[in-house]
Design a protein around this ligand. Structure first.
Ligand code: PHE
Length: 447
């Protein structure tokens, strides 16, 4: 049987492809991590560094992954295998990307499950009784409740599997509904937040460029976030790229993805900062603040339970459009490599991820051993710190040194002498790998 019987169909249009990629890119990274790291790193100047990182690391890698997917037109592993002429090292890189998406999906689904619980509790006004003193205990007892953790993780994996089960068409239909709603919810919450607490503090913080506050570590943080936020380094954009219809301009598509991802990150700041500045809250590193301090502040607003419900639904949607993109590379791998039909492959993949995710679900207090070894944190650390960065550096080296310039030009549909091609080539060959190497060296404590 030819691979075409297993590889899912193309997206129906370039818009469908762009929305699916934006859906993957927009997630907790935009809604929580970007506002948080921007706050920590002093505001405006950091935003500029971040934008530069997006241009020098994010965009070249995004183009590279889409290009790899589009030239390979197979699952991530087979794509690296074919394009490298069966080279052992590159096959391992393909396998590593799949492993990373597997692990990330397993615990991402647990956190995504929390948003569902908080959505339901907000609607039932169950969260209104908590104050800033008691909400932390409520959160700890919730994440320590094994059966609740498993139930919500199961619901989320089920939703993810159900969409991916329907193939590219299913993904496209889902993101075309979820993404406009998500955008609308951000606008509504942003408007409520700004009208209650004002605009100027947030604006001044975000657009006042004070470079004296910028540390070397801020630059690395911006770089690292640039490719996390664009879902790079784990095969997601490669697999979406493999479903790209012919004649799509990948430069234009990548620019759109980059633009909307950045826009959502900035809008998330205007959603969260007014509350932070207006109520004197201190932002804290852990994303659990989304489920503690922020919950209390939402509830304090007029009609707070509905705003809170809307917020958690928003985060759940953002998570769902990311989890489907994480399941897809695994499904296409299992289906194509083991020659089983897509639907069965989806069931199998979702089941494996679900089972593995239970270990994370039970490691926040429910099971003593898993909690003691911090399974959840270890999985997160390993996959998002190591898997992504290693995946990212390999992708840029693969495109920069392994793919021919003929392939580059054919996929980018530009002239060799064009300015854009010089920019692209300089980035993938030198700037992007060197920057990622710096991130890796910092992680292992060389700096
Ligand atoms: N890009 C997502 C975010 O910003 C995270 C993510 C990474 C999702 C990789 C899917 C794959 O939150």
């Amino acid at each position: 049987m030819s691979k075409d019987n297993f590889h899912s169909n193309d997206f129906s249009s370039s818009i469908g492809f762009i929305i699916a990629c934006v859906g993957s890119a927009v997630g907790l990274g935009n809604l929580w991590k970007f506002p948080y790291i921007t706050y920590e790193n002093g505001g405006g100047a950091f935003v500029l560094v971040y934008l530069l990182s997006i241009m020098l690391v994010g965009l070249p890698l995004l183009l590279s992954e889409i290009m790899i997917g589009k030239s390979g037109k197979q699952n991530v592993y087979a794509t690296f295998k074919t394009l490298s002429n069966n080279n052992q090292f590159w096959k391992i890189v393909g396998g590593l990307a799949l492993l990373t998406s597997f692990v990330i999906l397993s615990y991402y689904s647990v956190v995504a499950g929390w948003t569902l619980e908080y959505f339901i509790s907000s609607l039932g006004s169950n969260l209104k009784v908590f104050t800033s003193e008691t909400i932390g205990d409520h959160f700890s007892s919730f994440v320590g409740n094994g059966s609740k953790q498993v139930i919500f993780h199961t619901i989320f994996m089920f939703l993810t599997g159900a969409i991916v089960y329907l193939g590219t068409q299913g993904i496209e239909k889902a993101v075309k509904v979820l993404m406009p709603l998500l955008f609308l919810f951000v606008v509504i919450i942003m408007a409520i937040s700004l009208s209650n607490y004002g605009f100027s503090d947030s604006f001044n913080f975000l657009f006042h460029f004070d470079f004296s506050k910028l540390k070397a570590s801020s630059i690395l943080e911006a770089l690292g976030h640039a490719f996390f936020t664009l879902s790079l380094g784990m095969g997601v954009m490669i697999i979406y790229g493999s479903y790209l219809p012919k004649n799509v301009n990948i430069i234009r598509a990548s620019l759109y993805i980059m633009f909307f991802d950045t826009l959502m990150a900035i809008m998330a700041c205007f959603m969260i900062y007014p509350i932070i500045f207006g109520t004197g809250l201190k932002m804290n590193e852990s994303s659990s603040m989304l489920f503690t301090a922020l919950t209390v502040q939402f509830n304090a607003l007029p009609m707070g339970e509905y705003i809170s419900a809307l917020f958690y639904l928003l985060v759940a949607f953002a998570a769902l459009t990311s989890t489907i993109s994480l399941l897809e590379p695994i499904v296409s791998f299992i289906s194509e490599e083991f020659k089983i039909n897509r639907k069965k492959a989806t069931l199998l993949s979702a089941l494996f991820v679900w089972a593995f995710g239970i270990l994370s679900a039970l490691s926040n207090g429910a099971n003593e051993l898993l909690t003691k070894v911090s399974f959840f944190d270890k999985a997160d650390h390993l996959a998002s710190n190591w898997g992504l960065t290693l995946g990212g550096i390999c992708v840029s080296i693969f495109v920069g040194y392994k793919l021919s310039s003929k392939t580059h030009l054919q996929e980018l549909k530009i002239e060799k002498k064009s300015l854009f091609y010089s920019y692209f080539l300089t980035c993938v060959k030198f700037i992007t790998p060197v920057f990622i190497l710096l991130i890796i060296l910092t992680k292992i404590g060389v700096f």
